[in-house]
Write a protein that binds this ligand. Structure first.
Ligand code: G3H
Ligand code: 13P
Ligand code: ZN
Length: 332
C-alpha cells in the first residue's frame, strides 16, 4: 500500500472548496506519457494553477500503474524544481469498478472516479457508496456520475446523451456520500461532440454546435448549493489544430467541440473540475504531423516530441488563463 501523501499529492477537497469560492474550475488533464506530464506541469507552474492529473483505464493499460504513480511523484518534484509547489491530484478517470478504484487508492491515487452512469440508478448508488466507504477511510476523494454523455466513455459507447435529472441529485449524493458529481448537460467525449445535423454552419463551413443545457446546470445547483460539479467531454476541438492535421495528411472530418465561452461560463458556476483530453491529442498530433511534413529526414523522437510538448504546454496555459480561470490560484 502506497498512500498519495507519501508522494506529495493532495486530494480534491481543498481545491474544490477554493474553486467554488473563487469562481473558477480546476483543469483535469489526461496523461499517458512523459511529454504530456511535463507539458501539464510546465503550463501549470508557469500559470500558477492547481491541477488534476488524470489517468483512464486505457492509460493504466498503456503506461502501467506503477510507472504512472512514479510519474506523479516525479511531477511533484518537477513542479518544485520549476519553482512553484502547485497542488497536484492524481485521479482515476472513469473508474469502471470497485476493484480498479481500490487498486488505485492502494497505489498512490488521491482521487478516484467511479463511473456507474451506464448502470441502473440503484446499482450506480450501490457501487459508488462502496467506493466512497473505502476511499474515505484512506482520505481519498470520490467523483461519481449521473446522466449519460454522448460519445465514447472509455469502453462504454452511448448512442444518445441523457441529461442528468436534477430531481435525482440530492438523493444520489446523500445516499452515496460522493465528493463531486459529473453531470450530463450536452458535452460529450472525443473530437465529434455533435453530429453535423445537430449544428448550424457558418458561411466558411465551420460547424456551430448547439449550446449546453445551462438550465439543467442551474437546476442542479439549486438542488445542491455549494456542491462541486464536474464537466467531462469539455475539449473545444480548436479548428487551428484540425486544419493543420488535415493540411498535413490527416483526415478528421466533422470535428466539433464545446465553445470556450461556454466553458468559461460553466467555470464561474458550481463547476469545479473540467476534463480535457482530446484537445491535447489534437495539439500533439498537429505539431508532429507538421514536423514530419517539414522535416522528412528527421527520425530522433526528441526532435518531434519536443515541439509537440511545446504546443501542448501553450494550449494548457491558454486553458488555465482564458478558459478555466485557474491561473494564479495555486497558492490560494
Ligand atoms: O474520457 C475518456 C478520456 O478521454 C480517456 O480516454 O480511455 O482513450 O484513455 P482513453
Ligand atoms: P474530451 O474528449 O472532450 O477531451 O473529454 C475528456 C474527458 O472527459 C476525460 O474524462
Ligand atoms: Zn470523461
Amino acid at each position: 500500500m502506497v498512500s498519495y501523501k507519501e508522494l506529495g499529492l493532495v486530494n480534491t477537497k481543498d481545491m474544490f472548496a477554493k474553486a467554488m469560492k473563487g469562481g473558477y474550475a480546476i483543469p483535469a488533464y489526461n496523461f499517458n506519457n512523459m511529454e504530456q506530464m511535463q507539458a501539464i506541469i510546465q503550463a501549470c507552474v508557469e500559470t500558477k494553477s492547481p491541477v488534476i492529473l488524470q489517468v483512464s483505464k486505457g492509460a493504466r493499460a498503456y503506461a502501467d500503474k506503477y510507472i504512472l504513480r512514479n510519474m506523479a511523484r516525479g511531477a511533484v518534484e518537477y513542479a518544485e524544481e520549476l519553482g512553484c509547489k502547485i497542488p497536484i491530484v492524481l485521479h482515476l478517470d472513469h473508474g469502471p469498478s470497485f476493484e480498479v478504484a481500490k487498486d488505485c487508492i492502494d497505489n498512490g491515487f488521491s482521487s478516484v472516479m467511479i463511473d456507474g452512469s451506464a448502470l441502473p440508478y440503484d446499482e450506480n448508488v450501490a457501487v459508488t457508496k462502496k467506493v466512497v466507504e473505502y476511499a474515505h477511510a484512506h482520505d481519498v476523494t470520490v467523483e461519481a456520475e449521473l446522466g449519460v454523455l454522448g460519445g465514447v466513455e472509455d469502453d462504454v459507447a452511448a448512442e444518445e446523451s441523457k441529461y442528468t435529472k436534477p430531481e435525482e441529485v440530492v438523493d444520489f449524493t446523500s445516499k452515496t456520500g460522493c465528493d463531486s458529481l459529473a453531470i450530463s448537460i450536452g458535452t460529450s467525449h472525443g473530437r465529434c461532440k455533435f453530429t453535423p445535423e445537430q449544428c448550424t454552419r457558418t458561411a466558411d463551413g465551420v460547424l456551430v454546435p448547439p449550446p449546453l443545457a445551462f438550465d439543467v446546470l442551474e437546476a442542479i445547483e439549486k438542488e445542491l448549493p455549494g456542491f462541486p460539479i464536474v464537466l467531462h467531454g469539455s475539449s473545444s476541438v480548436p479548428m487551428e489544430y484540425v486544419r493543420i492535421i488535415e493540411q498535413f495528411g490527416g483526415k478528421i472530418p466533422d470535428s466539433v467541440g464545446i465553445p470556450e465561452e461556454q466553458l468559461r461560463k460553466a467555470a464561474k458556476s458550481a463547476v469545479c473540475k473540467i476534463n480535457i483530453d482530446s484537445d491535447g491529442r489534437l495539439a500533439m498530433t498537429a505539431a508532429i504531423r507538421r514536423f514530419f511534413a517539414e522535416n522528412p529526414d528527421k527520425f530522433d523522437p526528441r526532435e518531434y516530441l519536443g515541439p509537440a510538448r511545446e504546443e501542448l504546454k501553450k494550449m494548457y496555459m491558454h486553458k488555465n488563463i482564458d478558459v478555466l480561470g485557474s491561473a494564479g490560484h495555486a497558492l490560494d
